[in-house]
Design a protein around this ligand. Structure first.
Ligand code: UT7
Length: 325
């Protein structure tokens, strides 16, 4: 029986011009390039210029994705932006992207699931397509985490970076088998009991300020190692597939040790894992679409390749999306 599936037609990304190397932090903090590389795999990150906002990055990534898809903005029915660092409390960054692209139709909204945001947004956009509410959806992950860093906290500020990635999803009828192209399944989870191990200490209803990111890194690390392989397995199972079918793992790029542990649990060799953590750091909801776009630009994905994406972040929220290129 034919099934309406969401196929990725194009990818794009944008990284701010300014690159900050690990050695930069040696000047102001008790840290070292060696510690950051060894414990995280991060070597550098991009930081937005003064006045450059999440929507600025998102618009550039969106334009690149539309170009890559060979589409124009007026062909898009909906925009979903995953972000936790919006320009303003409201309106949604997605509406700013809509205006920035010159779109006068369709609908646009943000999804907030922190580092898992892109996985949640992708799954949500797939729902819009499957239920016929949209034929083409721009799904964007865009962040300026530099705006919520405590630059005196060596346990967090060396980890994060700014950037944006975008994909264009399009509805295509497929036969309804495990060989179908497009999004095949997703698995989403949250557990608010763990909200205090990764959060921002400000907001509209509390301090009236944006606040700074606070994290008990080692606790988040343990949850990540336990939960990421599990959610990937669950999503694969839902799709009727196994890790042996996987061509590419495109993980959230938080820490090289978490990525390696997840790949090991899935028995995937590292040459099947897309890695951008060294050059981008942790860009939260932007990290997976950035990695997808970089790998696509390098021509790494072939039609029919099975791709697993997975992420975990504040909430805790975590999940996985399985798609065939
Ligand atoms: O994207 C959202 C999800 N976030 C994540 O997935 C992040 C998960 N967590 C991590 O990636 C790791 O836990 C970190 C990279 C944050 C920390 O690595 P760790 O191996 O878990 O270190 P730790 O937090 O257990 O700290 C070990 C030591 C501590 O010193 P003491 O107490 O043993 O003396 C820290 O103070 O490392 C110290 N430390 C640092 N030392 C040098 C923490 N940050 C730094 C630093 N430079 N930048």
């Amino acid at each position: 029986m034919a099934i309406r599936r969401s196929i990725i037609r194009g990818t794009g990304h944008y990284l701010p011009e300014r690159v900050v190397e690990n050695s930069h932090f040696e000047e102001t903090l008790e840290t070292s390039d060696a510690w950051i590389r060894d414990r995280t795999g991060i070597e550098r990150r991009h930081i937005a210029a003064e006045g450059q906002t999440t929507s600025d990055l998102a618009i550039r990534a969106a334009r690149a994705a539309l170009d890559n898809a060979g589409m124009t903005a007026d062909q898009i029915d909906a925009i979903v932006v995953a972000t936790t660092t919006p320009d303003l409390t409201f309106p949604a960054v997605a509406t700013m992207v809509q205006a920035g692209l010159g779109m006068q139709r369709g609908f646009a909204y943000d999804v907030q699931a922190v580092c898992a945001g892109f996985v949640f947004a992708l799954s949500n956009a797939d729902g819009l397509i499957r239920t016929g509410q949209a034929d083409r959806v721009l799904v964007i992950g865009a962040e300026t985490y530099s705006r919520i860093m405590d630059w005196t906290d060596r346990g967090t500020c060396v980890l994060f970076g700014d950037g944006a990635g975008a994909v264009v999803l399009e509805a295509v009828d497929q036969p309804g088998t495990t060989d179908d192209r497009g999004i095949l399944s997703s698995d989403l989870n949250s557990d608010g009991r763990y909200r205090d191990i990764l959060y921002v200490d400000g907001g509209v209803g509390t301090t009236g300020t944006a606040g700074c990111l606070r994290m008990q890194g080692n606790l988040v690390f343990r949850h990540a190692v336990e939960k990421l392989a599990k959610t990937a397995h669950t999503a694969l199972d839902k799709a009727g597939l196994t890790p042996a079918d996987v061509d590419w793992l495109v993980p959230h790029q938080a820490n090289m040790r978490i990525i390696t542990a997840t790949a090991q649990k899935m028995q995937l060799p590292m040459d099947k894992v897309v890695l951008t953590v060294a050059d981008h750091g942790n860009t939260s909801a932007a990290s997976i679409p950035l990695a997808l776009s970089v790998a696509n630009d390098e021509g790494r994905f072939k039609e029919g390749d099975l791709i697993v994406t997975e992420a975990i972040g504040g909430g805790l929220s975590w999940g996985s999306v399985i798609l065939r290129w």
